[in-house]
Design a binder for this molecule. Structure first.
Ligand SMILES: [Zn+2]
Length: 248
């Protein structure tokens, strides 16, 4: 216990913080060494193909997930949903039978800041969500997006142990900036997205989300008019992978 001494302890030693020593990097605790010694972290995919991936975090939720699914259905567009486990457990009926061409990723059980958690804490967050996704969607998720993009060594090790790739993002909706100007939000996404872009949106949150979510149709139309094809994140990753050199 830190007790009375806690006032003299730097705040990053607090009970909800990672200690600076204690096994959260691969070299610190041999018991945590995973089978493989490298872990993929992707925020943009290098590719010459005109592919972009739309991603939606934090759902499912009753306010916006049905709207997003309806719009994606209308345009026959695939997307990747990074789901919060406890919200999926509560709202799984919203996505039942509706995930056809979409991909489902892990966004932790309780939208936790994984950078503050140790290996066991991260593992619990991921595993519980993983099991919920398998149970409620029938999918086996292979992608982790840590909330806020916060991650530490413990996140990389836990993701590796569970067979996940870590996926961040390279562009995003700016709901605050364009709160009064949805046309500018549409134009921003349509004109600035590059091949290999991983675009962040949220299908959960306050009403401001509608600046983006209420105008997905024109964004999809605009991207397609530029020759862009929407794909899931896994499809984008596969398109960007460097092929091994041919042997002699
Ligand atoms: Zn999130």
């Amino acid at each position: 216990m830190l007790g009375a001494a806690s006032s003299k302890v730097p705040r990053w030693f607090g009970p909800d913080r990672q200690p600076l020593q204690g096994g959260y990097a691969a070299g610190s605790d041999r018991n945590l060494w995973p089978a493989e010694g490298q872990q993929g972290v992707t925020w943009h995919v290098s590719t010459d193909q005109p592919l972009v991936a739309l991603t939606f975090d934090d759902g499912p939720g009753p306010n916006y997930t049905p709207l997003v699914l309806d719009t994606l259905d209308k345009y026959d567009a695939p997307a990747t949903f990074f789901m919060v486990g406890e919200r999926l457990a509560e709202h799984h009926k919203l996505v039942e039978g509706r995930l056809g061409r979409h991909e489902v990723g892990n966004h932790t059980w309780s939208h936790a800041d994984l950078s503050e958690q140790d290996f066991d804490g991260v593992t619990r967050q991921l595993k519980r969500t993983h099991d919920a996704i398998v149970t409620y969607t029938g999918r086996v998720p292979r992608l982790l997006r840590p909330p806020w993009g916060h991650l530490g060594g413990s996140t990389l090790l836990a993701a590796n142990a569970l067979g996940y790739d870590v996926v961040l993002w390279s562009y995003q909706m700016h709901e605050k900036r364009y709160a009064q100007n949805p046309q500018a939000q549409i134009s921003d996404i349509v004109t600035k997205s590059r091949p290999g872009e991983i675009i962040l949106a949220h299908d959960y949150g306050d009403q401001q989300r509608l600046v983006a979510l209420g105008h997905l149709g024109p964004m999809i139309e605009g991207l397609r008019a530029r020759g862009m094809k929407l794909v899931t994140v896994s499809e984008l990753l596969a398109a960007g992978r460097v092929r091994p050199p041919k042997g002699p």
